[in-house]
Write a protein that binds this ligand. Structure first.
Ligand SMILES: [Zn+2]
Length: 250
């Protein structure tokens, strides 16, 4: 399958109503084509029945340049995003979140980004326990798939302010762990999964949603009992788990 076909598949799967990951035009996905450009969902398109017309190819360089223009007015930034299309005559405009997609694909050396607003995850991210969920792990498969912890980003205005906030928090994580995160949690907003392949991005999303449901369950029953830092790193770095993680990548 071509990158576009794989991205259509991933986006439709994420958009299945029974998953409760997104409704209407929520969420967006992207796929690196090469060092210069990537595909991203077009603004306003629904995920569940998306086709090739729902994606646009965008160049990295002009989008990454926007990080130096945080103070510019909205109209100028929007025009710059449209001008960044690889083919200016192609229909559609990139999602308003194109800035964080470009930054993560470029800076984290991953190929696929899946951003959703799952009901189960947002039930926590819209609560006072959001950071607690991001900072801890409850069970081994969560640590294996979602990494030793998630990056937590306090609420920021969608678009460039949010992208800049994500960049700052991801940098702290990468300095600490020496590798890119698997999961970024946006307060009062949603989930970002970073994968080498569409399958990995899908698996990370599914595991994060499962962990969210379990976390909520533990809060209802009593208090969550988290894995220790030592147990998390032991399972995360274990050679057989690294092998198993590779098998999840697909
Ligand atoms: Zn969003």
């Amino acid at each position: 399958m071509t990158p576009l076909e794989q991205l259509i598949d991933l986006t439709r799967t994420l958009g299945q109503p029974q998953n409760e990951y997104v409704i209407i035009g929520e969420g967006n996905t992207s796929y690196r084509l090469d060092g210069d450009s990537f595909l991203i969902k077009a603004s306003g398109r629904g995920m569940r029945d998306i086709d090739a017309s729902g994606f646009v190819a965008v160049r990295f360089a002009p989008i990454l340049d926007l990080f130096d223009r945080v103070g510019d007015d909205r109209a100028a930034l929007q025009q710059a995003m449209i001008d960044a299309k690889a083919d200016p005559s192609a229909p559609g405009r990139p999602s308003v979140e194109v800035t964080f997609h470009a930054m993560l694909l470029h800076g984290c050396d991953v190929n696929v980004i899946a951003h959703t607003h799952p009901v189960a995850v947002n039930g926590i991210l819209c609560s006072s326990r959001a950071r607690e969920f991001a900072d801890h792990r409850l069970f081994p498969d969560e640590a294996v798939l979602c990494g030793p912890r998630s990056v937590f980003v306090p609420y920021a205005d969608p678009g460039l302010p949010l992208a800049a906030a994500i960049r700052d928090e991801v940098k702290v994580y990468m300095d600490e762990y020496g590798e890119a995160p698997k999961v970024i949690l946006l307060a009062n907003h949603g989930l970002i999964a970073l994968g080498q392949t569409p399958t990995e991005a899908l698996n990370i999303t599914a595991m994060c949603v499962k962990a969210a449901k379990i976390f909520t369950g533990t809060c209802a029953v009593g208090e969550p009992v988290f894995m220790s830092e030592a147990d998390i790193m032991h399972i995360y770095r274990r050679p057989d788990e690294i092998y198993r993680r590779k098998m999840f990548v697909g």
